[in-house]
Design a binder for this molecule. Sequence first.
Ligand code: FPP
Length: 226
Amino acid sequence: MTDATTPRHVAIIMDGNGRWAKKRHLPRAMGHREGGEAVRRTVRACEKLGVECLTLYAFSSENWKRDEEEISDLMNLMRRFIEANLDDMVEQQVKLRIIGDYKAFQPDIVERLEHALDKTSGGQRTLAVALNYGSQQEIARAAAKAAAAGEVSVESIAANLDTADLPPLDLLIRTSGEVRLSNFLLWQSAYAEMIFTDVLWPDFDEGHLRAALEEFARRERRYGGR
Ligand code: FPP
């Protein structure tokens, strides 16, 4: 269904894993595991629906405040996710990108991520994963680099953001009913359409993505003009 009304770049704040698990009297880790399944489904759905770039908020720079057990569950999920999905990503021509300071993760995770970056580097479409990511920190880093190079402007800051080589963000979706950006892609959202849905992330599927793309297609984007 790719046409002029299909967003090139969709970003998702994947929220609600904990509530999904709680509703079922399951441990939070099960919610994250099902969240990983929703990631798989959504990557496939993007391919089917013609979205060129998908950016997912997987671990924020504030997530280190969660308890140790949950952080360790999320790290294990990351290890398993790469192991279970790398071949599929290569086959589906999905190039992995990471935004955020992933080098703060444990060395084996950094190594697995870098291996995955390398193996998928020939892909046509992009899955950008935000890891240890905070948008204010990203903007501050980009502004400092721009200043060091002698020119602080909208263009020079944008050129130094982690997302510099990704298409402009068209659509930002947040699941689970919360209506805030939580330090995610603040700069990049300047002209993005936003959709907030009550669906909990582990329940998110192709139908929900399709509905969001239909809603996007109905909106008129004016970029400040009339
Ligand atoms: C928010 O749910 C979700 C997260 C903090 C983690 C998102 C991570 C995944 C979906 C794991 C898989 C991703 C990849 C790319 C391997 P929450 O725990 O804040 O939910 P709650 O608000 O209901 O408690």
